[in-house]
Design a protein around this ligand. Structure first.
Ligand SMILES: Nc1ncnc2c1ncn2[C@@H]1O[C@H](COP(=O)(O)OP(=O)(O)OP(=O)(O)O)[C@@H](O)[C@H]1O
Ligand SMILES: [Mg+2]
Length: 414
């Protein structure tokens, strides 16, 4: 998950859906659209008009170089949304703009060229040509574009090496495992070096271990190539793992868009909260999200003064002249020394505390927190920037369940 957050995003999205509606049926622009625009839910529109609302007022922007994940249950409109981007679907209303081009305006050769040059696509069941070698499969798109053989094979080989399959260039698809075939699919999408990758459930058919490997490989490739990736999945764990931002859809509409942290810590409504309860949050919540202010021990304080300043906190750090923590005072140590009649702060200090960085995830510091001591959160110069109470980690990991209870009791406005 390196390099996922905090990038300065440009202002114009690479892919933009603006108030997009897609109605399936004989008269898509008729009453069904009118009702959908009035905010009537999908099932009611269907009951009233026998038309299916595929997308309802969908607006999102995918920025250059970002992995944007659309996530939702089956039938929520994910595939419909991605298909409006390459115009496999025309939209009933609204606009789709890719790199400044209004996709709806494209037809014939212009549309063909747009698809081939701008975007690579990977789908769940990626069909490779069984009678062509791996390298021929990967270079196929280029062949269609009229690229010469030598150039094609160079491009195909370098795409294959990106996915770690260059040694299999001469193999036939049937000689590869399912995961390897899916990687060939990814290589095929990468071979023409498109700016945009459209991936619809690209890893969903793979078993969990292979799937995780593919996610890691994709993140590694992305760190090198900085493509703009629109990725569809029904798996929230996958969405949170690979997405810079995640868009959650339900019944054709967008429910929430946010970073993985935002989705987890501030679920937009009960629907999102419910999804989120199954997720391993320790993987996405960072130390910075839960740490408290440093509030170090005041220089020269006696034990009594330091203990009073401690209050309910698990501990406070003593800093050196540069602001780096050198020791920690915890409540139990302070009480023990005071109980023996002492007021010497130094006698109550311990130096065997742990340090971590603000960007680390809760899972990474979980073991350190198990000792029960406060953890010093330090910057790259070793200076104290936060105080992490081990109790906070447990509290945070249990927080979303509490949120869901609150939604159920209607204590939190959705
Ligand atoms: N060609 C079509 N004709 C009629 N209805 C369609 C068509 N394509 C999609 N739909 C309907 O549009 C809605 C959204 O379908 P879509 O395929 O986008 O869902 P999805 O989120 O991709 O689901 P899945 O996870 O199952 O792939 C569904 O109600 C579906 O039945
Ligand atoms: Mg789909």
């Amino acid at each position: 998950m390196v390099g996922k957050q905090g990038s300065n995003r440009p202002l114009t999205p690479k892919i933009e859906l603006r108030h997009v509606y897609k109605i399936f049926g004989d008269q898509p622009r008729g009453r069904a659209l009118e009702l959908a625009k009035a905010g009537v839910p999908k099932d009611e529109v269907q009951a009233l008009t026998q038309h299916v609302v595929g997308l309802s007022d969908v607006t999102f922007g995918v920025e250059d170089g970002e992995i944007f994940v659309v996530m939702g249950l089956s039938g929520s409109g994910k595939s419909t949304a991605i298909r409006t981007v390459n115009r496999l679907h025309s939209v009933t209303d609204g606009e789709v703009v890719v790199d400044g081009t209004h996709v709806q305006s494209l037809h014939g050769r212009a549309l063909q060229a747009f698809r081939r040059q701008k975007m690579g696509m990977v789908f769940q069941h990626f069909a490779l040509f069984p009678h062509r070698s791996v390298i021929a499969n990967v270079g196929y798109g280029l062949k269609v574009q009229g690229v010469g053989r030598w150039e094609r094979e160079q491009a195909a080989l370098s795409a294959l090496s990106l996915v770690g399959l260059d040694r299999y260039a001469g193999s036939m698809p049937s000689q590869l495992s399912g995961g390897m075939q899916q990687r060939v699919g990814l290589a095929r999408a990468l071979a023409s070096d498109p700016d945009i990758l459209l991936m619809d459930e690209a890893f969903s058919a793979l078993d969990p271990l292979i799937r995780r490997q593919m996610q890691d490989e994709m993140l590694a490739i992305q760190a090198r190539l900085h493509k703009t990736i629109l990725f569809i999945t029904h798996d929230l764990n996958e969405a949170l793992r690979i997405g810079d931002r995640v868009c959650i859809m339900k019944d054709g509409a967008v429910v929430q868009i946010g970073t993985p942290q935002e989705i987890l810590t501030q679920p937009g409504d009960a629907y999102v909260a419910e999804f989120v309860q199954d997720v391993d949050q320790g993987r996405v919540i960072t130390v910075a999200d839960v740490m408290a202010e440093p509030r170090p021990v005041v220089p020269g304080a006696t034990l009594g003064q330091a203990m009073r300043a401690l209050g309910e906190r698990a501990g406070a750090f003593v800093l050196d002249a540069s602001g780096a923590p050198t020791a920690v005072l915890t409540a139990p140590d302070g009480i023990r020394v005071a109980g023996l009649g002492g007021d010497d702060l130094a006698a109550a200090l311990r130096t065997d505390f742990e340090r971590c960085g603000p960007e680390q995830t809760l899972n990474e510091v979980y073991a350190a927190a198990g000792r029960g001591l406060p953890i010093a959160v330090v910057d790259t110069h070793g200076r104290l920037v936060g105080n992490l109470d081990p109790r906070e980690i447990m509290a945070e990991l249990g927080r979303v369940e509490t949120l869901i209870d609150a939604f159920d009791r209607k204590e939190v406005a959705p």
